[in-house]
Ligand binder design. Sequence first.
Ligand code: SF4
Ligand code: SF4
Length: 296
Amino acid sequence: MITVSVASGKGGAGKTSIAAALAATLGAGCLFADCDVDAANGAIALGARINIREPYFAGPGYQIEPSACTGCGRCHAACRFGAIEPVAGSRAFRIIQELCERCGACVDQCPTKAITTFEKQAGELFVSTGRTGTKLIHAELEPGEDTSGKLVALVRKRAAALALPEATIVVDAPPGIGCPVIASVTGCDLVLVVVEASASGIRDAGRLVELILSMKRQSVAIINKTGLNASMDEHARRMLAEAGIPLAGEIPFDPALRSAEESNRTWASVACGSSDAVKAALVNVMGVITTLKEKS
Ligand code: SF4
Ligand code: SF4
């Protein structure tokens, strides 16, 4: 089993589109782990149908039993997140669930043990099948719930449990370089870095590259949206070359690519001026995956 994490350091760089195109090209031999849990749109890109859905619990929630609350206010004073407020027309207090960070600090302060825990559903986990046979694991968080490395780790764990030994797992990592990205890249065999050929795209990809190098992960890159600014294209190539990351291909900016997913196609099957560049880049990435499989 080979795991390829697709990351960009920045939203809007084309990461999910390229991850979905790679997954569609791999077909039934691929399992897509959508770890971009704040914007899990891999299912849309792959035209997935949901087979299984199950609740996701991130940890205990906290609540105040009004009949046991004397209104002393100690919990209110102890909460550093402003998540406890008096109930209008009553002496009791209540916890504002959307603000509660589940630190548990209020519990120890309560003299009447009025604060208790309950299993709080933080979202749902889905197992789906895409139109090209790709299996997909993705999650949706309830509004107000934070992206967490824990949920990313759960998505990856479920993908690994479902994958056959010869499968390739394609992980769509979240943007940025925080904990959920680290959880998406940890233990993978290859990182596919998608660099948007823009000032912000190169800067954010550069920070991601530093992270990948510190984690000693093998990587390969695709520069997306080239042809708009020659100096930016060159800047992106130079950043990757200095980091020692091989370039699998460059995809020229093409508005037709943006409309591909709206018409239920991935970039691998859309016909436009950038099709050949997309296919060439994917062939090169597949070549790296094949070599990794031969070595494993
Ligand atoms: S668990 Fe922490 S954040 Fe939540 S209400 Fe209690 S003190 Fe505030
Ligand atoms: S500490 Fe306990 S009794 Fe006091 S206000 Fe909070 S919940 Fe009520």
